[in-house]
Ligand binder design. Structure first.
Ligand code: DGP
Length: 114
């Protein structure tokens, strides 16, 4: 798979406003935020979509979720509430084909979403 912009952020080739990183995942602020807090959590491993993840990625997917919760705490939105979203494929609005989990909050969020 060719490297995406998120792969380049994960390996440090492209800069981003990082809020968390460890050996498995990186979290950084979205360039086009949809709310006062909008952070993307990605695995360092370049999995293109959620559908492309396999059972071998189960622990890594758990790490993405736990990192989302950690970021929400760190950003001060855990108590008021936040949303996590994974867009899978073009029909759902995925534009970057490196798996990423959106953490969105800091304003009231409608449900159901549009
Ligand atoms: P999605 O539509 O789910 O594929 O979300 C992709 C998000 O990535 C979108 O909200 C904008 C953001 N984004 C795209 N390119 C960059 C970039 O180079 N840096 C950062 N920080 N965010 C980006």
């Amino acid at each position: 798979m060719s490297d995406t912009i998120f792969g380049k952020i994960a390996n440090g080739e492209v800069s981003a406003d990082l809020v968390y990183e460890d050996e498995h995942v990186v979290a950084f602020r979205d360039l086009n935020p949809q709310a006062p807090v909008h952070v993307l959590v990605i695995p360092r491993k370049p999995i293109p979509t959620l559908s492309a993840a396999g059972t071998e990625d189960a622990e890594l997917l758990g790490r993405l979720m736990l990192t989302a919760a950690k970021v929400a705490e760190q950003e001060g939105i855990a108590e008021q509430g936040y949303r996590t979203v994974i867009n899978c494929n073009a029909g759902a609005g995925q534009t970057v084909y490196h798996l990423h989990l959106h953490v969105i909050g800091g304003r009231p969020l409608q449900w159901p979403p549009g």
